[in-house]
Ligand binder design. Structure first.
Ligand code: HEC
Ligand code: HEC
Length: 168
């Protein structure tokens, strides 16, 4: 009961988006959803949209939210996974274009190569702030840096990396 109440509080604070701290939504997807749907990002961009602030599927339209309540998805992860899919569906595939070739999935890079330094997310070894790192590493054009940095910060939350604020 305590756990349920705690989760409900977090959901209110984060507008329905946050999983309990430490929950790794990417690992969950890989374990429970990827066998049928492949990687989450490409699936979301190919199959899902956000219409009037609500997730919409090619097949189910905005009823996809209700569909997911009886489709393989643990109830406590319904809101966080819907939020993750909505974010992926509305974020250009800049990470895939500029980084995945060397680093593989964003979740892997974030788990292994980012850390919270007490006030912001930085690269694990050199301790560089994300915007600074991206300005000199990976070859992304300057115009793409803000979106890339925002994407990586979002993924820190989705993989439940310890330290940072559970907020976008
Ligand atoms: C055993 C295979 C299988 C697994 C596992 C599975 N799905 Fe599905 N999923 C399907 C099929 C088949 C459809 C299309 C049928 C339908 O839309 O009713 C679908 C449809 C969807 C849709 C709707 C797409 C649209 O166009 O409306 C979403 C979103 C979705 N799945 C998410 C998930 C998530 C999240 C998980 C993991 C928790 C998951 N699925 C696990 C087979 C699977
Ligand atoms: C050509 C291959 C390549 C590309 C493309 C690339 N990286 Fe890297 N990246 C590396 C290598 C090799 C390292 C480890 C050596 C180093 O730290 O420079 C690394 C290290 C890192 C680190 C850890 C640095 C640290 O201080 O711990 C981060 C974070 C990172 N890359 C993010 C990115 C992002 C984000 C992108 C896309 C914009 C990207 N990389 C594109 C090869 C690449």
């Amino acid at each position: 009961m305590h756990v349920v109440l705690h989760a409900a509080c977090l959901l209110l604070v984060a507008g329905g988006a946050a999983a309990a701290p430490g929950t790794d939504l990417h690992a969950y997807w890989d374990d429970r959803c990827a066998a049928c749907h492949g990687d989450a990002g490409p699936f979301a961009r190919a199959t899902l949209r956000v219409v009037d602030g609500r997730l919409a599927g090619l097949h189910h339209g905005t009823a996809v939210d209700g569909f997911l309540r009886s489709h393989h998805l643990a109830p406590e992860l319904h809101a966080p996974v819907v939020a993750m899919l909505a974010a992926q569906a509305t974020t250009p595939a800049l990470y895939s274009a500029h980084c995945a070739g060397c680093h593989g999935p964003a979740a892997v890079l974030v788990r292994e190569s980012l850390r919270w330094d007490g006030s912001q997310w930085v690269s694990r070894r050199r301790g560089q702030a994300l915007e600074r790192l991206l300005a000199s590493h990976g070859g992304a054009p300057a115009a793409d840096v803000p979106v890339l940095a925002r994407t990586l910060r979002r993924v820190t939350e989705e993989v439940g990396l310890p330290g940072g604020p559970y907020a976008r």
